[in-house]
Design a protein around this ligand. Structure first.
Ligand SMILES: [Cu+2]
Length: 301
């Protein structure tokens, strides 16, 4: 019982992480979490210089308690200082103006280490220095783990329990059903940091839930179940959307009404046969800006 509650809490945390990481201007870690006690390459993404600056000249990453550093990746033309242990820090400094990272280029600064043995959230505080000024990515929410509303959030890493998927789920929603309709669709963006496969779905809202693919065949839209599962290549965002891949909910237990939420359990299996699951709760109704799909998505079974 307790264990179940914990899993749900962590799943909700991963969802929040997803939406916060969508702000590209920040220094962030890639979407998705890490399993307790596993090796992790923390690749800090720098996609811009400090405000009003032309280039990044230095990056200092503070290692949060529980993260055990093994090594930091050197950068050509940059000096690397590594301070291990509690309160440790990894610092890269451009040796000259030529080596500095122009604001128009993106780069990853990689710290390799091991995740702690207990689930939770790690915050990596990052100080970015530039030709002009600096940006201190060090804000941590006072409570909870959402970085929404923070101007300079620290980079966040979710450490999840064994058996919980590290997959990032973003922009999820379920299509509202109309009276008498027996089926509907669920949509979301999935990113697996290590690569896995979405193999099955279950929900108390429907008797049957399947992963489907839609394709134009001649001038008719056809769909079929992906019986072998949906591949999620490492680091790639796979979008489930009207007219494409989607989760098909059939034999609905009741009307799927706008303003309500639908809980789903996503089950994954990676290339090594490791099975994980993730509980998510998706709102009913297309979010603003989403392609609702219209008539093309009226399924017939
Ligand atoms: Cu379908």
């Amino acid at each position: 019982m307790n264990r179940h509650l914990t899993l749900r809490t962590v799943a909700a945390a991963v969802l929040l992480a997803g939406s916060a990481a969508a702000v590209l201007a920040h220094v962030t870690l890639p979407p998705g979490g890490v399993t307790v006690g596993s090796d992790y390459d923390a690749a800090f993404r720098v996609g811009h210089a400090c405000e009003g600056a032309k280039a990044t000249t230095g990056l200092a990453v503070k290692l949060p308690p529980g993260f055990v550093l093994s090594e930091a990746q050197a950068r050509k033309g940059w000096k690397l200082d590594v301070q291990k242990g509690a309160g440790g820090e990894v610092r890269w400094t451009a040796e000259n103006a030529q080596a500095a990272l122009p604001g128009t280029e993106k780069a990853e600064f990689v710290v390799r280490g091991k995740a702690p043995a207990t689930p939770g959230t790690l915050w990596f505080k990052v100080l970015q220095t530039c030709d002009v000024g600096s940006a201190d990515w060090a804000e941590v929410p006072a409570s909870g783990n959402s970085t929404a509303g923070l101007k300079r959030p620290a980079a966040r890493l979710d450490v999840v329990a064994q058996g919980v998927a590290t997959v990032d789920v973003r922009d999820g929603w379920v299509r509202q059903s109309v009276p008498g309709q027996s089926g509907t669709g669920a949509f979301m963006k999935l990113t697996s940091p290590t690569g896995t496969k979405l193999v099955s779905i279950s929900t108390p809202a429907a008797g049957v839930a399947e992963v489907h693919e839609m394709k134009m065949e001649g001038d008719t839209m056809k769909m079929r179940e992906l019986s072998a599962g949906l591949d999620l290549p490492a680091g790639q965002t796979v979008e489930l959307k009207p007219g494409g891949f989607h989760v098909m909910l059939m034999d609905l237990k009741g009307a799927v009404a706008k303003g309500t939420n639908v809980p789903l359990t996503l089950k994954f299996e990676d290339a090594k046969g490791v099975k994980t699951a993730l509980d998510v709760t998706l709102p009913v109704g297309a979010p603003a800006g989403a392609d609702a799909g219209g008539a093309a998505h009226q399924h017939k079974h």
